[in-house]
Design a protein around this ligand. Structure first.
Ligand code: VGL
Ligand code: ZN
Length: 209
């Protein structure tokens, strides 16, 4: 798969999704090769004047934790008030080392660290909307007020938080580019392939670094 290399524009913002300890090998919800993306993410970030980082930031009673659904297994799906919700091992618990940004991440000029998933009753994959598809995080307003027109996404995990953030960026009127080489996927029940199909449907563009 040969992708066109990204040409950074002045009105671009790089959005680094959940580059956290718990999503890397040894972490509570480890994504295979998650740690491998950090040097490339750092290199890409140096080409952007504007960078936003998101941080998955859950309370212990978060509805997406299997531990809060007696008898349910991690990676199973339950029906909650806003629809189906995949259950995860406890991860990125507020204030714990696993919720921290990965130590190899080096983006001192990042302008915003946006926390999400802090609502106990609603998970949040997307950086724009919680999983009820209704509760805004405020990111659209922030990006719009600052005059950004295109969001470029890298990070973890490609098939959950990167996917829904990119789709919502389009829905919110931004252009959206994903750099797959600077992402890693969980790949649960074909979710990685489904992600690439969804990107095509929604108009999310893929690029090489
Ligand atoms: C994520 C599952 C649960 C992600 C976050 O960052 O993609 N996935 N929480
Ligand atoms: Zn999470």
């Amino acid at each position: 798969m040969s992708l066109p290399p990204l040409a950074v524009r002045p009105t671009d913002v790089l959005v680094v999704i959940d580059p956290q300890v718990d999503f890397c090998p040894g972490g509570a919800l480890a994504v295979a090769g998650g740690d491998e993306i950090m040097p490339l993410v750092n290199e890409i970030a140096r080409r952007f004047e504007h960078v936003v980082i998101t941080q998955d930031w859950h309370p212990r009673d978060q509805i997406s934790f299997a531990s809060n659904h007696p008898g349910a297994e991690p990676f199973s799906v339950v029906e909650v008030a806003y629809g189906p919700q995949t259950l995860w091992p406890d991860h990125c618990v507020q204030g714990t080392p696993g919720a921290g940004l990965h130590p190899a991440l080096d983006i001192p000029h990042a302008e915003l660290i946006l926390r999400k998933g802090y609502n106990p009753g609603v998970d949040s994959y997307s950086a724009f909307f919680e999983n009820d598809k209704a509760t805004a995080t405020g990111l659209s307003g922030y990006l719009r007020q600052r005059g950004f027109e295109r969001c470029v996404f890298v990070g973890l995990a490609l098939d959950f938080c990167v996917r829904y953030s990119a789709q919502d960026a389009i829905a919110e009127g931004f252009e959206a580019v994903v750099i797959p080489e600077a992402c890693r996927a969980i790949d649960l029940d074909g979710s990685a392939a489904a992600t690439f199909a969804a990107f095509e449907r929604h108009g999310v563009v893929l690029a090489a670094p």
